[in-house]
Design a protein around this ligand. Structure first.
Ligand SMILES: O=C(O)CCC(=O)C(=O)O
Ligand SMILES: [Fe+2]
Length: 470
């Protein structure tokens, strides 16, 4: 390719990458054959050094197969010509069919391979442990589809709904569309600055909810309709489900071009793990529109490399094929990849964590059952431990799912106890108040009145009047 052609092609490829991402990716994980350290223990592969410098490697892969009571154990890599555990694995496999016109068919012209179903074997290989799922999630997920965010209304209502009991001990926050400023000025007829100085000495709790209207906006119909879409397109994770062990053997193992049958609506692709057993041929190619990505894991292409696990992941709509295996055995594990909420957005969702085991659970019950605590009911404001992107309209849609650590723990506990929590942005408006004073003094007009000084949020929950679980 000439220099000029390259100059023309690269920007186009870059634009494609921005717009479409990629439809396939793959890699290699070396196998550490001697995983015993001097003390005779297995070092924790892949976690010896910090973060970025970790060398991702894996131990030899163990496969257990065979009927109950007659199980066999195979460790790969091995000498496949002499290891009886390997030859016996080959003979335990049965012909692999494939889906055609809604039926399972066996046609050697199209697919010549054998298989072991999940129920017939297990393996200690883990695509999560080896970081494959992290890479696939980050690289292969659909490109971010930015939707225009409906502008946040800036008008404030003139009056407040409801009322606050005179003996309410804590701040009542989270009245969507209303400000703490208004709340205090109306309820206490006092200057907010003095109220805050008087009530809250902790600098984290210099409260003003001038952005409460943005939370109302996030809940407004037109945005909530889109909220899930926004989340799906920006922060999805991937769940991998082991499906089969397949063996493509020389001289004529193959799987002609096909598109996998999705197992459910949330299946987004497939992951193929090629275990370390020598074979020739068997190149995998995945094609999406005009783009084809090839993965050659044959002995000749990986000569001089340490024994490795190779992997490839591709979208469900990729047509892919395994070219003819000319010699040896190509042993693969296939996983179905499903879209999932993924890490980062799990707070309050469906998951397997039991909130009653959280360290906050019992103390909160004890507090709420305490006869001297807030005897007439009321609300409690709790400063959260982490900072969140509160001025970012799009990211704010992820709240409260994006709560982290202790904040997630608090939220899960509140949900489990069926307590009503709301999130309120807390902003340090010291600068704005100073500016306002200056403006008042010198008669300047503050036309904007917004601030970026967001640092904490507050959760409030109604107490006492709630029924607690027995
Ligand atoms: O083994 C491979 O590389 C791909 C196998 C495949 O396409 C399948 O099992 O559907
Ligand atoms: Fe396939």
């Amino acid at each position: 390719m000439s220099g000029q052609q390259s100059l023309d092609t690269f920007p186009a490829a870059l634009e494609d990458a921005y717009n479409k991402g990629t439809s396939a990716c793959g890699g290699r994980i070396p196998i550490l054959l001697d995983t015993k350290d001097a003390s005779g223990h297995d070092p924790e592969v892949g976690t010896q050094v910090s973060d970025h410098d970790q060398i991702i490697a894996t131990k030899p892969v163990t496969i257990r197969y065979g009927p109950p009571g007659q199980g066999q154990v195979l460790m790969l890599p091995t000498d496949t010509s002499t290891d009886t555990a390997f030859t016996s694995l080959i003979s335990s496999c049965e012909p692999a069919a494939f889906g055609r016109g809604g039926e399972n068919v066996y046609d050697e012209q199209y697919r010549k391979a054998t298989k072991l179903d999940v129920s017939d074997r297990c393996t200690d290989f883990c695509p999560y442990q080896t970081g494959i799922i992290d890479i696939v999630s980050q690289l292969l997920m659909p490109p971010v589809k930015q939707k225009s965010v409906v502008p946040v209304p800036v008008t404030q209502p003139a009056t407040l709904p409801g009322h606050i009991e005179p003996n309410t001990r804590a701040l009542h926050v989270a009245l969507a569309g209303y400000t703490i400023l208004q709340l205090y000025e109306q309820m206490f007829g006092r200057n907010l600055e003095k109220v805050l100085e008087h009530r809250l000495s902790d600098p984290d709790l210099v409260l003003l909810d001038i952005r409460a209207e943005a939370s109302a906006h996030a809940r407004a119909e037109n945005v909530s309709d889109n909220t899930d879409v926004e989340i799906e397109s920006t922060t999805l994770g991937i769940r991998a489900e082991l499906c089969k062990l397949n063996i493509y053997s020389g001289p004529s193992g193959r799987f002609k071009a096909h598109v996998d049958t999705p197992r459910s609506e949330t299946q987004i692709g497939s992951l193929v793990i090629c275990l370390p057993s020598e074979s020739e041929g068997g190149k995998l190619s995945a094609t999406h529109q005009e783009n084809t990505v090839e993965f050659d894991w044959s002995r000749s292409s990986s000569a001089n490399q340490t024994p490795s696990i190779h992997w490839a992941a591709f979208y469900s709509d990729c047509s892919h094929e395994v070219q003819e295996v000319t010699a040896g055995h190509r042993v693969t594990l296939t996983y179905n990849l499903y879209a999932s909420r993924g890490s980062g957005l799990l707070a309050g969702g469906q998951h397997s964590m039991d909130a009653t085991r959280l360290p906050l659970y019992q103390p909160l019950i004890d507090l709420l059952q305490c006869r001297t605590f807030m005897t007439t009911g009321g609300r409690v404001a709790i400063g959260l431990a982490h900072a969140y992107p509160y001025t970012h309209g799009l990211l704010y849609c992820n709240m409260p799912r994006a709560l982290k650590g202790a904040d997630m723990m608090l939220y899960e506990t509140l949900l489990r106890l069926k307590l009503d929590g709301e999130f309120v942005r807390v902003m340090d408006l010291t600068e704005e108040l100073t500016e306002q004073r200056m403006n008042e003094r010198y008669g300047l007009d503050d036309s904007d009145g917004e601030t970026d000084g967001v640092n904490k949020i507050v959760s409030s929950f109604a107490s006492h009047s709630q029924r607690l679980p027995d």
